[in-house]
Design a protein around this ligand. Structure first.
Ligand code: GLP
Length: 265
């Protein structure tokens, strides 16, 4: 209770039998800032790290705080190597929802990352593209994977993806072409008004679990429901994020109070 974590105050830490840390912060901003502080610590300790960057709205404040640390505190990403977590398919970098576009805007430039590998969302053969990306990951053992979590859909009673690993994805899957779940398509098209495709290339759960450290960030009640399903029910491929519990000692979860309200353990 009330212990200091870097500069940002934690409201409390939720205990979980498998997950190393579940840190709760008073607000989304503080959760994002604490995540950025912890990422900066890892980069300061291991400047040559390979990092997997999630995209999505959740990460925008995290990456914004990190960009400020680069500018003001001298955090140095120049020796790191950057990877995507996932990309829509087919998808050109010029499209509004493109994760390549997002990474160029929020990550590579602002953090000063010059060595990065992008998923080609226009590859003629998406399975070959997934295999190419998987080989790159094998050549660069990942120090840190930064994840969000997919929304929970009460209508379909599904959701909670990590990367674009939707329900039913085997935990042994590596980088692959994935079919998006209805919950994801509805979020993107109905709620966000995006013209997204039905498919994506995503790191598999096995790639994510092989990272040395895994950070997951989530805000709000809906994401709290996804976490609830993943952390409190049985570990099962129907709940993709439940796989994180298999490597729980590597996992830190950063959430706001609203997400935590769904997690009475
Ligand atoms: C997206 C991506 C992930 C992201 C997650 C949460 O669709 N597959 O990279 O972490 O879902 O996205 P958001 O933060 O926009 O809610």
């Amino acid at each position: 209770m009330g212990r200091k974590y870097s500069k940002t105050e934690i409201v409390r830490e939720i205990k979980h039998p498998e997950i190393e840390h579940i840190f709760v912060f008073p607000s989304k901003e503080e959760a994002a800032r604490a995540t950025a502080e912890r990422i900066a610590e890892i980069i300061n300790q291991k400047p040559n790290s390979s990092i997997v960057f999630a995209t999505g709205e959740t990460m925008i404040p995290v990456y914004s705080y990190l960009a400020t640390s680069v500018d003001q505190d001298g955090v140095d990403f120049s020796k790191t190597t950057g990877f995507h977590l996932d990309e829509y398919f087919p998808c050109a970098p010029s499209e509004e929802h493109s994760f390549v576009k997002y990474l160029r805007k929020w990550v590579w430039g602002p953090l000063g990352i010059t060595r990065f590998y992008e998923i080609n969302g226009l590859a003629q053969n998406p399975r070959a593209e997934a295999a190419r990306y998987n080989r790159l990951l094998k050549d660069h053992p990942v120090e840190l994977a930064i994840l969000g979590i997919g929304p929970w859909s009460p209508e379909t009673n599904t959701g909670g993806h990590i990367g674009f690993n939707e329900r039913g994805t085997p935990f042994t899957a590596e980088t692959h072409l994935a079919k998006l779940d209805k919950a994801t398509i509805s979020r993107d098209r109905d709620e966000r008004g995006q013209n997204t495709p039905d498919m994506a290339i995503t790191l598999g759960i096995a790639n994510i679990l092989s990272a040395k450290n895994i950070f997951l960030v989530a805000y709000g009640r809906n994401k709290g429901k996804s976490l609830r399903e993943s952390l409190l029910k049985h570990i099962h491929p129907l709940r993709p994020a439940s796989a994180l519990r298999l490597q729980g000692r590597k996992v830190s979860i950063f959430i706001d109070r609203e997400a935590a309200s769904q997690l009475s353990l």
